[in-house]
Design a protein around this ligand. Structure first.
Ligand SMILES: NC(=O)c1ccc[n+]([C@@H]2O[C@H](COP(=O)([O-])OP(=O)(O)OC[C@H]3O[C@@H](n4cnc5c(N)ncnc54)[C@H](OP(=O)(O)O)[C@@H]3O)[C@@H](O)[C@H]2O)c1
Length: 269
């Protein structure tokens, strides 16, 4: 389902201002993405396309953004299957057909309990596909359009979990590491080809969203989602290639990455 600008129940005409950035958000119902969308929607000439699998939830977020800024232009595209390359191609093509995408934020993901999935290959495959294959394919599809146009920013939310394999998130971490290496490769290509397109990898630490509700219930320390969302938008504005959020995670993961294996394998984290 594509809802082109304007939505029938919202008086928001298509902006004629071609300087307005068109921002497409995949996984727009995610806690982090929704808070990024609120920041972007507050900007002048805001133009957002929300992509996700639940049309009612997308419509609710779109309505909320329009209430926050009645001048914002918000469209919705429904995913059929985030794991299907053909569907990814369709969704990205539809987003560009609405208006060339200036910024793409790829935000979907799922965090299953490692112990619950590690002996179930179907659930492992699902977690690898949604956290790894799918974001990489979305980034590749957006990047292709942007490289052809010579402009744009593709940002993907990875995780600090991709920095070092850990027993508590072996599958999730492996998928996030795949995203990390893909984004490194894309950045390398864009640099060698002297492209104006930017590729940005966001690496949040534990953040207070629906994904971590079970961690919050156990008393885990989580960063406020508003803080992390503001960091995502800032990193995209600056064209920062890698953003650890909150920033202290760069140092923490630097230490964890460099722990010798014989030390790391004695620490139950
Ligand atoms: N929260 C953290 O502590 C944390 C830390 C590091 C990295 N991250 C990453 O940050 C990103 C945003 O996470 P969040 O914390 O904002 O999570 P969230 O609020 O739980 O949102 C997860 C998003 O992924 C979508 N999704 C889940 N399974 C899907 C599937 N099978 N097909 C299509 N979409 C699916 C959800 O769609 P529905 O709404 O339709 O379910 C939702 O949009 C993710 O990539 C996550 O891995 C999160």
């Amino acid at each position: 389902m594509t809802r082109p600008f304007p939505m029938p129940h919202a008086p928001c005409p298509m902006s004629n201002d071609t300087t307005a950035a068109h921002i497409a958000i995949v996984g727009a119902t995610s806690g982090m993405a929704e808070h990024c969308a609120r920041i972007w929607a507050s900007r002048e000439n805001a133009r957002l396309t929300l992509i996700g699998r639940r049309p009612e939830a997308l419509a609710r977020i779109a309505d909320d953004l329009r209430v926050r800024n009645p001048a914002a232009t918000v469209a919705v595209i429904e995913q059929r299957d985030a794991r299907d390359p053909a569907d990814i191609e369709r969704v990205v093509t539809q987003a560009h057909a609405l208006a060339p995408v200036d910024i793409a934020l790829v935000a979907h993901g799922l965090l299953p309990e490692q112990a619950a999935i590690q002996d179930d290959l179907q659930r492992c495959a699902e977690a690898l596909a949604i956290n790894g294959d799918s974001p990489v394919l979305y980034a590749a599809a957006f990047a292709r359009h942007m490289i052809a146009r010579g402009a744009g920013t593709v940002a993907v939310i990875g995780s600090v979990a991709g920095d070092r394999g850990r027993k508590g998130n072996t599958i999730y971490g492996a998928a996030k590491a795949m995203v990390d290496v893909y984004m490194q490769g894309l950045q390398h290509r864009l640099a060698i080809e002297k492209s104006a397109v930017r590729a940005i990898l966001i690496k949040p630490g534990p953040t207070d969203t629906p994904m971590t509700a079970h961690l919050r219930a156990r008393g885990a320390r989580l960063a406020p989602v508003e803080q992390v969302a503001a960091g995502i938008v800032r990193a995209i504005d600056r064209g920062q290639p890698v953003a650890y959020l909150p920033a202290r995670w760069r140092l923490i993961m630097g230490v964890i990455r460099h722990l010798p294996r014989w030390v790391f394998n004695r620490v139950d984290i």
